[in-house]
Design a binder for this molecule. Structure first.
Ligand code: CTP
Length: 476
């Protein structure tokens, strides 16, 4: 077999250090996995580098760290037989070559020492099993017993072993296959796809965190519908996001059809991904219609309705985030808010846009108003070019109006121009209900455009409003 060398991949001095450390220990050492794959693809070089030693990976890590300036710390994960060293912004991961087999209902492997080839064949995909030698004699030699290079050239995701075995060893790989296909623009081998469809329910033994991690990588690809579509096609999505799968399908009654909200959602996610890399805004796009499945009704007079789906959808976000181990913090609140408000600008753009309606939108959305507009623009999936143009134009008008109103009225992050204390002092009040009533009335008057958002006008209004409810200002 022809031997190829890739010394250029190993220019960084760290590879020489590992090579020398391995030699001193009398071990073979290799670079393997994503680093080699991405180098051969000409992709941006990863900062995570995986090394495999035929022998103890932990011993190799320790020997390497000793040779490096400042002797960085070695983090040892004894149970896994791995060790990690941080060096110049790189994460160096060391593992001993092993034969591994998994017990059926657990991710706990039975591990035995093995050769390089044993180690390569227990990896997920042929393109991730490519190794470069760090031996003194054959530095940079490519070791590719499973034709990973050919698969890279053919843009193919294939497992080194029978797909059933590889996926059963670690069912997360079913999602990883889809993630790599989506990230790299590769095809998944037919046998692999079949195996995934058959074994999909094994995904249940995988931790939510690992699944969510892969899902995020899919969501962050330029066209997430490809990965999400594959998750759906293989049946995996049903285990991960059943709320989304529930949106699939078109029903017809009395000649009235509604759109397929699942495929519509994927289009919205693709649209938004052209304008933003904000993961949480992409999440909002993915979930903006989830309330439509539980709220769907048919009304003989008006046809299909989804009344209150925004509210129901935003209520579903918490449970979904909790289940997927997503953060239950301001990120979740942001997604909930965008789902909740997702139809507001649409309603606006259908009518003549009044300043008051725009002020209310800005008041409710606060700093997220631009993201909300981005979501609504992405939500336009009509195939009718005339309609599309009209909707986009309307949203542009809403955006302009937002700017205009904001410059004049400063509604975003609204601070009441008259404080509760000022109301109390003016009327000589102790804390009571009337203060809230007056404050609310001032806010309403500003939003409705009856008075400007300014102290003088708000103070006059306060006195008028106070008198209306029987209060008289104290004389100073
Ligand atoms: N690997 C595997 N099975 C898994 C996870 C990882 O066989 N379930 C192996 C693969 O050889 C992979 C390597 O471990 O290349 C490193 O895994 P990881 O860092 O998750 O992926 P990378 O391939 O490095 O790619 P990326 O950084 O894009 O995740």
């Amino acid at each position: 077999m022809m031997q190829t060398f890739h010394t250029k991949a190993l220019k960084d001095p760290i590879f020489k250090e590992v090579s020398l450390a391995a030699k001193a220990l009398g071990l073979e050492a290799y670079v393997i996995g994503g680093f080699v794959r991405d180098y051969l693809l000409g992709r941006e070089q990863k900062q995570d580098i995986d090394f495999v030693a035929v022998g103890s990976g932990i011993a190799l890590a320790r020997a390497v760290a000793k040779r490096l300036p400042g002797h960085p710390k070695v983090s040892v994960f004894k149970n896994f037989g791995t060790a990690m060293v941080q060096h110049q912004g790189m994460q160096l991961e060391f593992v001993g070559a092993r034969k591994e087999s998994y017990q059926r209902d657990s991710r706990k492997p039975l591990v035995e020492d093995g050769t390089l080839e044993d180690d390569q064949q227990r990896r997920d995909f042929t393109i991730n099993a490519l190794a470069l030698s760090l031996g003194e004699e054959d530095f940079g030699r490519l070791l590719d017993p499973f034709n990973g290079l050919k698969d890279l050239e053919n843009a193919l995701i294939r497992t080194p072993l029978e797909p059933e075995t590889t996926y059963s060893d670690d069912p997360l790989r079913m999602i990883r296959a889809i993630r790599f296909a989506a990230q790299l623009g590769f095809r998944i081998h037919r046998d692999s796809l079949n195996a995934i469809s058959i074994q999909k329910d094994r995904i249940r033994i995988v931790s939510r965190e690992r699944i969510t991690d892969e899902l995020h990588k899919i969501l962050l690809t330029p066209k997430p519908s490809e990965g999400l579509g594959l998750l759906h096609k293989t049946g995996l999505l049903e285990y991960i996001l059943p709320e989304l799968v529930a949106l699939q399908g078109i029903e017809e009654r009395e000649g009235q059809r509604h759109k397929d909200n699942f495929w519509h959602t994927l289009e919205v996610v693709d649209n938004i991904s052209r304008t933003t890399d904000n993961l949480w805004l992409r999440w909002a796009a993915l979930l903006h219609d989830i309330g439509k499945a539980p709220t769907k009704r048919f009304d003989a007079k008006i046809g299909w309705t989804f009344h209150g789906h925004e509210y129901v959808g935003s209520k579903m976000v918490y449970k979904l985030f909790k289940r997927l181990r997503l953060p239950l913090n301001e990120k979740m609140k942001y997604v909930q808010k965008l789902v909740m408000m997702s139809s507001r600008p649409i309603v606006l753009s259908n009518d003549y846009v009044t300043d008051a309606a725009v002020r209310r939108l800005v008041f409710d959305a606060g700093d997220d108003v631009e993201d909300l507009m981005t979501l609504c623009e992405a939500d336009i999936t009509t195939k009718n070019p005339k309609k599309q143009k009209r909707y986009l134009k309307n949203f542009r008008l809403v955006r302009e109006k937002i700017q205009e109103v904001e410059e004049r009225d400063r509604i975003r992050n609204f601070q009441p121009p008259v404080s509760g204390e000022e109301i109390m002092e003016t009327f000589g009040l102790q804390p009571c209900r009337e203060i809230g009533i007056i404050k609310e009335a001032i806010k309403e008057a500003i939003l409705e455009g009856e008075i400007p958002n300014a102290h003088g006008a708000a103070r006059d209004y306060m006195i008028r409003k106070g008198r209306e409810i029987g209060l008289e200002p104290l004389k100073h």
